[in-house]
Design a protein around this ligand. Sequence first.
Ligand code: ACM
Length: 529
Amino acid sequence: MPALPLVPLPAETLPGGAAGRGADGLELDAATRIDADPEAAGTERWLRAELGAATGLPLPPGRGEDARLRLTVDPGAGLGPEGYRLIVDDEGAVVVGHDPAGVFYGAQTLRQLLPAAAYRRSALGNRVWRLPDVRITDRPRFGWRGCMLDVARHFMPKHGVLRFIDLMALHKLNVLHLHLTDDQGWRLEIRRYPRLTETGAWRRESQVGAGGPKTFDGRPHGGFYTQDDIREIVAYAAERHITVVPEVDVPGHSQAAIAAYPELGEGGPVEVGREWGIIETVLNTSDATIEFYRNVFDEVMELFPGPYICVGGDECPKGQWRASASAQARIAEEGLQDEEGLQSWFIRQFDAYFAAKGRRLLGWDEILEGGLAEGATVLSWRGTKGGIAAAHAGHDVIMCPTATSYLDYRQSESQEEPIPVGTLLRLSDVYSAEPVPPELEAEGADRVLGAQVNIWTEHMDSPRTVDYMAFPRLSAFAEVAWSSHARSFDEFLPRLKGHLERLDAIGVEYRPLDGPHPWQQRPGVEGRA
Ligand code: ACM
């Protein structure tokens, strides 16, 4: 059988069809009905809406004999969490999922068996929709297959986030980590503290590129999600078996909050950040500030039902605390060693608070410094060291080291790459990454919940530029996170080419494999190599 361009690659794909039957596959037509178990009703609705729109077929519900598409859940089928089996023959197509997520992933694979036009939003006219005879058994390697999207540096309008969720689901990714606050913007409505968005969601201009001397665009930027926007995003993601993990960054990366409520800071008034990079402005360590953020997190926990709440914790410069009488008094009063200890103390104020509400604290690997909070899960980004140390100490970790996971990094050495920053991170580098470091093979590998890639948007000012930086590297990452087989980039490339036709049908402005289109370049805007 010719290789089907399935991405991510399933665990096992065999030619299908029962022995003795024809092998010309299953044609979907006006008579095709979908029969789904009640537990698979969400996927049934999704499949009818998506495939119905693309094919123009009604795909109504049906029972038994008439139904050519069957969606069932069977935890006893030995498929494993999120696993599924998909069998297509001339009698029908059956998806058996271990759980509702497994059925959804089976339906995603079923859609990939059709021509790329199955990804359009409306039918192109008379077409034959034939699924090939096949027997696929599949399950993910990792339970955390994530992507962090920074909507703070540049706001992504809600429709862009919903579209991104669909793109994640197509790739069988299941965690959207939303970086909601930073120095340059606060993007989440908090009822109790309205100035966080009235003031904190807007900046008067933005730095252009990363070169020196710094230049600015002179154009205001901003935006935020109302609480109803967030409820919609969270529910939309959940229907696609994606958990949204919120991040509200403390005690660094907080200048937008301090601009809105100066009493949270250590110094005088500040404006919402206009410049990229690590900013000296940090939160103070008063009881009132801790209380303020606990109140913020109460609303965050109301909106985001998932187990993980991310407090950031990265890149908190210590200069302001060194010079602050109240920070020094806190260090003395709590018997802390130094400012690292103070950062650790700050994070701990939320660990027990979350635990009491049945949630778990997630933070970047700086939260290891000065001692890791008891229940913390660590995002290992400054290489793998933090993740290894945390796993050895019995903590759960998510691997996202810069060298293989930072999709803001440049995609080639070419001068044509727009605003090149970071180290070189080619498609093939993302594809070849191994999330479990060798140091954990003997012990601690079970602490690696999975992996994610991070999309920091200082230099991505629209969903179009996010498309360019994210794709197709996110497609390569999906295979790293989902598939268990040995990976060969040469084997992947032809499948990816088939997959790019899907992205074309959807309208994803990915980076072409041979370099950017002219309009994807940013001549004259310096990066930082
Ligand atoms: C980070 O890249 N500051 C987590």
